[in-house]
Design a protein. Structure first.
Length: 148
């Protein structure tokens, strides 16, 4: 199974978000429709659900293409992805008007306001989660598909 390594890398990269995002959507539906908890993110949930698996797959293809030169492990490579996703998501959110940046806080959908300290803490947690998921799950799938 040595043919089409980039196709296999793309599929290995999309594995995790393709499993996780439907679970997140199910939780959102239960909270919003069953428990009647108002969460005003339905306008911005579909676009990231389509884009994130694509980006993970392309990021894994980039890891495969650059691994011979950089010798960077899957974990550190995966931990770099939030440095692209967060600024990109911020730019899209600002452009669509669903995100506004204040002097000391960020406001999503005009309803959820978070201080920058909490945003930075969340970003640090995201880096750790991405590192662990890429190091253990994506690297495992890469090895199983014969591309690591």
């Amino acid at each position: 199974m040595k043919t089409h390594p980039y196709l296999r890398a793309f599929l290995a990269g999309t594995f995790v978000p393709t499993l996780i995002l439907p679970l997140m959507l199910t939780a959102f539906i239960v909270l919003r429709l069953v428990l009647q908890i108002s969460i005003p993110i339905e306008r911005g949930i579909i676009f990231p659900m389509a884009l994130v698996p694509l980006l993970w797959g392309l990021w894994n293809m980039l890891w495969l293409a650059s691994h011979a030169r950089t010798h960077l492990g899957a974990g550190p490579h995966g931990a770099l992805l939030p440095f692209l996703l967060v600024p990109g998501g911020t730019a899209v959110g600002l452009g669509l008007g669903v995100l506004s940046l204040g002097e000391s806080h960020v406001t999503w959908f005009g309803a959820l306001t978070l201080p920058y300290a909490l945003v930075v803490t969340g970003f640090a947690v995201a880096l750790a989660v991405y590192y662990l998921v890429w190091k253990y799950v994506v690297a495992f799938v890469n090895r199983e598909l014969g591309i690591a």
